[in-house]
Design a protein around this ligand. Structure first.
Ligand code: FAD
Length: 379
């Protein structure tokens, strides 16, 4: 007889924010869940650690604005369950040339979506993991998943780890971030190494902000380091997440951000140089839309994949977790149109969904020149 300690209703692979939120949602519905992470929990090698993520609902795509509003309610629900805060309200400020199409469409929609805020990422991931455990989930770290194979006799999936352990799941959810392609060849998209920089600013009512046009620049007030704001340096290159270069940002890109800060904020922000520089890892899909779908092929509807969060997924982790739990439990997701996130959009069409926002089109071209198919307008 099989060891029931190895048998689960759902196996979740990858304990970044998406996997942790999904494990919580599944466990809350009474499923027997295991969450497997290849490194230590709360490590710094993926995309979900650190001290600040912007929550804004000003999107050109209406489907994201709706998901952010749903997520806001779910962030507050999880905070009430755990008893501490991970989301802090701020003002949000969008700016850019008055004829910029993205900015115009954001202005047209913003009466429905005028919220902004900052989420503490490491604390938020830890919150989801704690809530998952409280609801009965098992979490194992230093468990790299190497293989997934269908159980042809009784259905479900066998998952094998580098340490030689095997687990059976009725369903499996893969939220492997930048490692997705290593584990699941069919998932499209590219992984790109992107460097962030933190510059000095007087914090105290400083908003989250996004500047449309070229370059697309966004920023977040730092809650961890009061007095600082975080501004990512545009650029970055494709990379293998196992062989990242932890190098300083390109001096020209850094200089252009300094100049942008000087021109935009004048004396309000000290643009003389970064106080801290951190290297970050984004996993970009070609159209910057998420990938949320059944894997198909030999693993059919037993495996659900969620990736390509393209530098703007954190704020929506609660709703992504709920969607993934719906797909596992019901085979479909309630109240959300997943067409934009299907894998099939790349079949015969490597660029995926068609967008007409100006900033995205420009960035896509520059990355194609470098031999990658990614676009940059994250946050
Ligand atoms: C610097 C930076 C700033 C950002 N700013 C914002 C922002 O302001 N607002 C916003 O909404 N979003 C933002 N984002 C995007 C957001 O943080 C990401 O979309 C989100 O964290 C992606 O989470 P994930 O769980 O998909 O990936 P990850 O966090 O990378 O998690 C994937 C996990 O899977 C594990 N894993 C992989 N392969 C295996 C395996 N084989 N076996 C077991 N485990 C495995 C990895 O170790 C990792 O822990 C930002 C991202 C970065 C990097």
């Amino acid at each position: 007889m099989e060891n029931s300690g190895d048998q689960f209703d759902a196996i979740v692979v990858g304990a970044g924010v998406m996997g942790s939120s999904t494990a919580y949602q599944l466990a809350k519905r009474g499923l027997k869940v295991i969450l497997l992470e290849q490194f230590d929990l709360l490590h710094h090698r993926g995309s979900s650690h650190g001290e600040s993520r912007t929550l804004r609902a000003t999107y050109t795509e209406a489907y994201y604005a709706a998901m952010v509003m749903d997520s806001l309610r779910l962030w507050e629900e999880a905070e009430a369950e755990i008893g501490y805060k991970v989301y802090f309200k701020t003002q949000h400020f969008d700016m850019g040339p008055s004829d910029d199409k993205s900015l115009q469409s954001i202005i047209a929609n913003c009466h429905l979506t005028s919220i902004g805020g900052v989420i503490k990422p490491t604390k938020a991931v830890s919150m989801f993991q704690t809530l998952a455990i409280r609801n009965g989930a098992v979490i194992r770290d230093n468990m790299e998943v190497r293989e997934m194979e269908r159980d042809d006799v009784r259905g479900g999936v066998w998952v094998s780890t580098a340490s030689g352990e095997r687990f059976w799941g009725r369903k499996c959810v893969v939220t492997a971030g930048a490692w997705m392609k290593k584990l699941v060849k069919r998932v499209s998209g590219r992984v790109r190494h992107h460097r962030g920089v933190v510059a000095l600013a007087p914090y105290g009512g400083f908003p989250t902000f996004a500047s449309y046009g070229e370059p697309f620049i966004y920023g977040t007030p730092s809650l961890e380091f009061p007095g600082l704001i975080k501004i990512p340096v545009p650029g970055g290159q494709g990379c293998d997440p196992e062989r990242r270069k932890w190098a300083a940002p390109d001096p020209n890109a850094l200089a252009s951000v300094k100049e942008w800060i000087r021109v935009t904020f004048g004396d309000r922000v000290d643009a003389s140089g970064p106080v801290m520089v951190q290297s970050c890892l984004y996993s970009m899909s070609p159209d910057e839309d998420f990938v949320i779908d059944f894997l198909g092929g030999g693993l059919g509807r037993e495996v659900v994949v969620a990736g390509g969060f393209s530098g703007h997924g954190f704020k929506m982790a609660p709703v992504v977790g709920r969607i993934l739990a719906d797909l596992v439990v019901n085979g479909e997701a309630r109240g959300v149109d997943l067409r934009h996130f299907e894998l099939a959009r790349f079949e015969g069409n490597p660029k995926g969904n068609v967008k007409d926002s100006e900033d995205q089109v420009k960035f896509s071209h520059s990355y194609e020149d470098e031999g990658t198919i990614s676009a940059a307008s994250p946050n």
